[in-house]
Write a protein of this length. Sequence first.
Length: 491
Amino acid sequence: MPLALSDRRKEGQRTPMVIRLLVLATFVVILNETIMINAIPRLMTDLHITERSAQWVSTVFMLTMAAVIPVTGWFLQRVTTRRAYAIAMGVFLAGTALSAVAPTFAVLLIGRVIQAGGTAVMMPLLMTTLMTVVPERDRGRVMGNVTLAISVAPAMGPVLSGLVLQVGSWRWLFVVVLPIAGLVTWLGLRRLENVGEPEAGAIDWSSVAFAALGFGSLVYGLSRFETGSVTTPALIVAAGVVLIGVFAWRQLRLQRTGTPLLDLRILLSGTYTKSLIFMSIAFLAMLGSMILLPLYLQNLRELSPLSTGLLVMPGGMAMGLLGPTIGRLFDRFGGRMLVIPASIGITVSLAGFTQISMSTPYWQLLVLHILLMVSLAAAFTPVFTLGLGALPQHLYSHGSSMLGTLQQVAAALGTALVVTVMSTRSTSLIDDGVDATTAHLDGMRLAFGVSAALAVIIIVAALLLPNRSSATEEPQGSDEPEEPELELVKN
């Protein structure tokens, strides 16, 4: 039965059970996006593959997410909450089990693709359900809890994998996750209630193809810049951009004549679009630092993967623990008092990393990383809430799908950008006779500098965001009036 309005009122100030269950499940599945980063040396030895091939265990996950998420906006409007949850977690469990027993690298990649297919549904499902069942006055507090799943999980992946790899093989990364995910799935299916009613509508398969090929090519092309070549990745990126353009054109036509796969009217909301820009660049900065800092600590300072994970763990923990507090502050004071200082904190921390040297005290690195993670936490919760809150209810699933897609693109762009800048600079200095350590250090400084420069855009976006938003800023452009059956609960 749909969750009635009276049931939601009884929740009072507590987070609805449906949200708690979805947060727990989303944390488990998103954790797997970065959990294989530390396992690459083991994979190279056990499966007899090159480092470039081993990188695909992370790349293919991100690639699948980018290709599948655009479809979730349509999918979540067509099935019940329980069915979407069951399908997503069932697919994730199947992929995890296959990866754990994979006899070859090819089978492992197939398992990762299946895993990512389930993961791609969970974040849009969580965000759409939250925006539907939680009253506007409580959204900041509840969104603060969601920060744990969508932001901390990627940061904690390398830490947890470092701990597991100290005592077991890379297969244990899947063996450990499997029963946890199974328990979460069982709990969810026992307690989860349906939210809203599914709508009828055929899927446009050409849109699915254009979305998968377009966003997949874009992410793949960006990831290829790490190899040092420029021409081939640039051509792949260009092809991806063209296909995304065709996809967008197709959606605009379907908005008038049929059912779009991804409703682009969400971009007509100024607040949502500004939030989208902010989140994309902030996620780019976070993923860029996640790449650069371990490279610096392990390759130049010669720390072990476990020591590296322990050094960055306090930042990830602070980010998650502050989420609920940030949410309550947002509910009480609005977004600007949080987002503007947070955007400045992100820029300052990235600028601070441009001063790293071979003798930088570890406590300084710890402080800078905590500042970055805390600033991101203070930004993510209000911006998520402001952006999606500016949309009408029937566009929540499309808004969260667009946000999830651009996060994957931003992750790929952030990785490609910092690696390309760092390698280009260090190679140039080595060619000029500079020793390798100094050259790589200077390359990392420049990469952090580029990230800090991009973070200035976040400050501008923060200044343009409103203090609060509501669906009164409803996107226009539909040729048809809004239909009352799109509401969750009829009065």
